[in-house]
Ligand binder design. Structure first.
Ligand code: HEC
Ligand code: HEC
Ligand code: HEC
Ligand code: HEC
Ligand code: HEC
Length: 188
């Protein structure tokens, strides 16, 4: 083989690798993340000593409505593995509203957006009703808000009789009521 051939082949190979790298940069970013978070045993211990799983199922994530997003589209402050050493002072919450303005606006009008002054957490966050990494369209049976699942999703909080009495919500299972008022149109 002539040496110019070899050089040309070398250049061609470099180009192919470069192109592959560029077109795969998004998925490549996620594969870095999955490299650690696909481990079912990965967890951290929170301030109260509770073990919190850090596992994210790659199969489920890829099948979800957000399967084409980069992890960092939601976790905007995490772009590499620097955080893995722990010790983060401020834990950023994912802002679903950044991309879903209309639902966010409706949500903010309802009681579910009210914050508990003691814990400064919302009554119910977007992911309490939709999930975190396995979000599906409402008409998909895998969705937490699909008619076949929504009862269970709401009951997690609303089946507690003391809870409902305390908040004077009336029926213990407000599924029917809520059907007309997604995102709290009623709670204005
Ligand atoms: C080298 C392994 C490793 C890699 C790579 C990695 N993580 Fe992590 N991740 C961890 C560990 C360990 C923790 C727990 C850190 C702690 O104790 O606070 C964590 C925690 C997290 C948390 C939870 C933080 C919280 O506040 O509870 C998120 C979100 C996260 N990682 C997202 C990502 C994303 C997005 C990527 C890719 C850009 C990624 N990780 C790549 C190991 C990794
Ligand atoms: C559609 C937005 C979205 C995308 C995309 C996303 N996450 Fe998350 N992730 C969340 C939400 C919501 C939480 C719950 C905590 C919060 O609100 O910040 C969370 C929490 C986490 C946690 C903490 C453990 C837990 O389950 O609460 C880890 C680890 C994590 N994500 C890793 C990833 C990795 C790795 C990817 C990419 C494969 C990814 N996330 C993509 C929304 C997202
Ligand atoms: C970075 C932008 C982004 C963020 C942040 C984001 N999403 Fe999405 N979401 C999308 C995109 C893009 C789609 C797909 C739209 C399509 O294909 O029609 C989508 C679709 C959805 C759907 C299905 C919509 C339908 O028409 O049925 C739901 C439900 C949803 N997202 C909920 C959430 C929740 C809950 C969070 C926070 C945990 C979140 N999203 C965060 C971009 C985002
Ligand atoms: C109390 C539970 C609950 C909370 C909290 C909640 N949702 Fe929903 N969401 C639902 C239900 C139920 C549906 C299905 C409604 C329908 O179309 O029948 C839905 C539907 C959606 C859809 C599909 C499009 C549509 O309008 O039908 C998107 C996107 C969405 N929600 C985003 C969000 C975002 C973003 C947040 C937070 C700002 C949020 N949701 C908070 C229960 C909730
Ligand atoms: C994470 C817990 C949680 C989940 C999950 C949840 N809720 Fe709620 N909901 C609350 C709390 C707390 C309040 C009362 C807020 C207050 O009074 O300060 C409330 C209030 C309501 C109200 C009254 C006012 C309003 O804003 O509309 C209705 C109706 C309701 N929820 C229906 C539902 C339905 C239907 C679902 C499932 C799609 C659901 N909730 C899921 C915690 C939750």
């Amino acid at each position: 083989m002539k040496s110019t051939d070899l050089v040309l082949r070398g250049i061609l190979l470099a180009l192919i690798l470069l192109l592959g790298f560029v077109s795969d940069s998004r998925a490549g970013n996620n594969s870095l993340c999955f490299g650690c978070h696909q481990d079912a045993d990965l967890s951290r211990v929170d301030a109260a000593g509770k073990k919190i799983s850090l596992y994210v199922s790659e199969v489920r994530f890829k099948s979800s409505v957000h399967g084409d997003l980069s992890c960092s589209d939601c976790h905007t402050r995490i772009k590499d593995d620097a955080h893995s050493a722990g010790g983060q002072k401020i834990r950023e919450r994912v802002n679903c509203g950044a991309c879903h303005e209309e639902q966010n606006r409706e949500y903010l009008k309802g009681l579910h957006a009210k914050t508990d002054p003691k814990t400064s957490t919302r009554a119910a966050t977007c992911s309490d009703c939709h999930g975190k990494h396995a979000v599906y369209r409402a008409n998909d049976p895998r969705s937490m808000v699909h008619p076949s699942q929504v009862g269970k999703t709401c009951d997690r909080c609303h089946s507690d009789r003391d809870f409902t009495r305390l908040h004077a919500l009336g029926p213990t299972s407000p599924g029917e009521l809520f059907k007309e008022s997604v995102h709290g149109k009623q709670g204005k």
